[in-house]
Design a protein. Structure first.
Length: 663
């Protein structure tokens, strides 16, 4: 216990006071933690600065009527009264205010105005919650003294009543029905304050969040700690101010029964909720009111098209907007007597809205054709002017013909000049299309040139595939324009490709002629290799070696040819002659040892083998008909080309004729 200017006095709690203090501490921790969580959620969902529009959802607790209703129910029902007042203002009061401001005829709708109830609860200095806050600071303030004061002030009003049979009970006639409140505990529940020593202990906690949420409270101007009722009224007032800045849409929830059971419908209870919530009055004002409203200028802009006729536009004679609106309505020849023309707005109901929109749609079908015709002509003329403006730039690019930058720049200039007209009018002039094609050809020429430059930088043999592709691509665009530098690069690439192809063909022919021992071909290809700049290629040395061997083989062939031209007879000193089989045998062995490679050498080698067999058989058979003569017939039955060496000889031809000559 602390008195200003004196030392603190310690007074121990009684058991029931200690329990109450502990409960208050737990309640404070829970409440402040809940507020901290709400604050964190709000901070994470805060609307960025500069945002003008937002969508909010308000889901608030409903009206509460229990067997025992206390301070909490009064606050909740007070909030519902506030929301109902906002509903009334938005639906009824503001609606009638608009009609009065516009100075039009309307039928007043009676509705339940709950402003007196709100004044009784919150208006200073006599409001229920206001006096409750004052009673807390009174030296001897109790629930009973507060009850006596409000009974004295409001007992004669129609919205307040006292229940005589229940001590401390009073009734508030809310818009949703009468609620019996028990005043017992109102002051304690409204106090929302801890004992200073308990508050100090919690605020000095080592847990940072706990110490943060128990920071020192801000007192009011009189140095008093804020009460729950005061905080609740302030938060509710801030909520209402925010709601008044919005355009609300209401969703009314109706409890079908008081048992909170499914499939049970209490018609009387549901009807009362609809009646008390002002739903029926809202429906009536929507039916009798003017939900459709446009300013004078908005109405003229929207429905001036109704003045169109087949012969053209009907002129409007009036100078002021009201007169013009009346003329438009008269031109329709419809019954628009319920349309109200106010000071600044035109107000009407759904039937008139449907008729005017139908007439407008029919008029727009004709108006749109006229507008489209005019706009298309206007767009076409502007499009033509822009094309004429870009034509010299395109002509310059087409005349130069070899500059990709000019072609691309001309097209970019044309596209920027034409702008969105190109999408509305998909038309291209002849020179525009030619410039597009020129740019494509020059881009392809540039790409091929880059590939040729890359191919020229690498070894043509190892990079032959890419070299060939570059040349083929260049040949495919031979008709495309290009700069002299680009054409020279391609020609150099093609020359390199042709040279590489000739070198590859020369090396291949050297390999083939070396394997076939074709001396004359080898001599020609070696000379060609020198001309192609590859005199020392790997295939030249074997080719030269083969030429030397062919020369030796030709000398041996001459010996074979000479020996075969001889009749094969040996003449001795006695003057007698005999067949010589040894000479062909010796030459055959010599040719075999040398290894004949040419086709001529192999032919002569086979012929020597045959002559050796034939002469040996003839030498063994002195005359025809002798015992050894069948051996001669056997050899004669063989082909000369198959004797001594495998393989089949061709029928007839030079070999057969030569065989006959030797015989």
């Amino acid at each position: 216990f602390v008195i200003k200017g004196q030392e603190p006095t310690k007074i121990p709690f009684k058991p029931d006071e200690a329990v109450a203090a502990a409960d208050a501490c737990a309640k404070a921790v829970y409440g402040r933690l809940f507020d901290w969580i709400v604050q964190r959620v709000n901070e994470s969902m805060v609307i960025p600065k500069g945002t003008e529009n937002f969508i909010g959802v308000l889901d608030i607790f409903g009206f509460e009527i229990f067997e025992t209703n206390s301070f909490e129910q009064l606050c909740i029902n007070f909030a519902n009264e506030k929301l109902q007042q906002h509903f009334n203002e938005y639906t009824f009061k503001l609606e009638e205010t608009v009609y009065q401001t516009e100075q039009i005829k309307y039928v007043h709708i009676e509705f339940i105005d709950n402003q007196p109830i709100l004044d009784m609860i919150e208006k200073k200095p006599k409001g229920l919650l206001v006096q409750l806050d004052e009673e807390i600071v009174m030296p001897k303030g109790t629930d009973e003294t507060w009850f006596n004061k409000i009974t004295r002030d409001f007992n004669k009003t129609e919205y307040f009543g006292v229940i005589v049979k229940k001590k401390g009970h009073f009734t508030v006639h809310h818009y949703a029905g009468a609620v019996d409140y028990d005043s017992d505990g109102f002051l304690e529940k409204n106090r929302d304050s801890l004992w200073p020593d308990i508050f100090k202990v919690v605020s000095e906690s080592k847990h940072p969040n706990l110490a943060k949420i128990f920071k020192m409270e801000v007192s009011d101007k009189k140095g008093r700690a804020p009460t729950l009722g005061g905080q609740f009224r302030g938060q509710l007032q801030a909520l209402m101010e925010k709601l008044r800045q919005t355009e609300p849409s209401y969703i009314r929830c109706v409890k079908p029964n008081s048992l909170k059971s499914p499939n049970v419908f209490d018609s009387v209870m549901s009807l009362q909720q609809l009646r008390y919530a002002g739903v029926f009055e809202a429906i009536k004002i929507r039916q009798q009111g003017y939900p459709f409203r446009l300013t004078h200028i908005e109405f003229l802009r929207r429905y001036k098209c109704l003045c169109l006729r087949d012969g053209g536009w009907i002129p409007i004679k009036s100078k002021d907007q009201k007169g013009q609106i009346k003329e438009i309505l008269d031109l329709t020849k419809q019954d628009f007597s319920d349309v109200q023309i106010g000071r600044t707005m035109v107000l009407y109901r759904a039937p008139q809205q449907r008729i005017m929109e139908l007439l407008r749609n029919l008029a727009l079908e004709r108006v749109c054709l006229i507008v489209q015709k005019w706009l298309r002509g206007c767009f076409a003329r502007r499009f033509r002017d822009k094309l004429l403006k870009s034509r010299p730039v395109i002509y310059d690019a087409l005349t130069t013909r070899t500059s990709l930058d000019k072609a691309a720049g001309a097209l970019e200039f044309t596209e920027n000049c034409v702008g969105t007209y190109a999408r509305m009018l998909p038309f291209r002039t002849k020179e525009w299309i030619e410039c597009i094609e020129l740019r494509r050809q020059l881009e392809e020429r540039k790409r091929v040139t880059e590939n040729c430059q890359t191919a020229l930088k690498h070894d043509p043999e190892s990079n032959f595939t890419n070299l060939e592709r570059a040349v083929q691509a260049g040949l495919a665009i031979s008709e495309y324009p290009g700069t002299p530098e680009q054409l020279k690069i391609f020609q150099d690439t093609k020359d390199l490709y042709d040279l590489t192809c000739n070198r590859r063909a020369c090396r291949a022919e050297l390999k083939r002629a070396t394997a076939a021992a074709e001396r004359h071909v080898l001599e020609d290809q070696i000379q060609l290799a020198e001309q192609l700049g590859i005199p020392n290629t790997a295939e030249v040395a074997p080719a030269k070696a083969m030429i030397e061997r062919c020369l030796k083989e030709e000398a041996l062939c001459l010996e074979l040819e000479t020996a075969q031209g001889n009749g094969g007879m040996l003449v001795y000193a006695s003057g007698q002659g005999c067949i010589d089989p040894q000479t062909p045998q010796t030459l055959f062995q010599k040719a075999t040892q040398f290894g004949m490679k040419t086709s001529e050498g192999q032919r002569l080698q086979r012929l020597c083998a045959y002559l050796h067999k034939l002469r040996a058989a003839l030498k063994a058979a002195p005359w025809p008909g002798s015992d050894a003569w069948p051996g001669v017939d056997t050899v004669l039955a063989q082909q000369p080309m198959t004797a001594g060496v495998g393989g089949e000889a061709p029928e007839g031809g030079e070999e057969g004729e030569e065989h006959e000559a030797h015989l």
